[in-house]
Design a protein around this ligand. Structure first.
Ligand SMILES: [Zn+2]
Length: 66
């Protein structure tokens, strides 16, 4: 599952136990060893891109006003 942290950045969490700690080498949860599906990883990358894009837009808007 994917959720946003307090700063608005997306975080990838384990579908099985909800923890946010993943072993990036094996692509599995540290807590329960559930593998992260390719689908979830793709979804997370998409969310990261959207977040980066939105933050850039905000920075550009802030830059124009100063
Ligand atoms: Zn887990």
């Amino acid at each position: 599952m994917i959720f946003s942290n307090p700063s608005g950045a997306p975080e990838l969490a384990c579908d099985a136990c909800g923890c946010r700690w993943f072993d990036r080498m094996s692509g599995a949860c540290y807590e329960c060893a559930t593998p992260v599906s390719e689908e979830s990883q793709a979804e997370y990358r998409q969310a990261l891109e959207t977040f980066a894009l939105r933050r850039r837009e905000q920075e550009e808007t802030a830059g124009h006003s100063s």
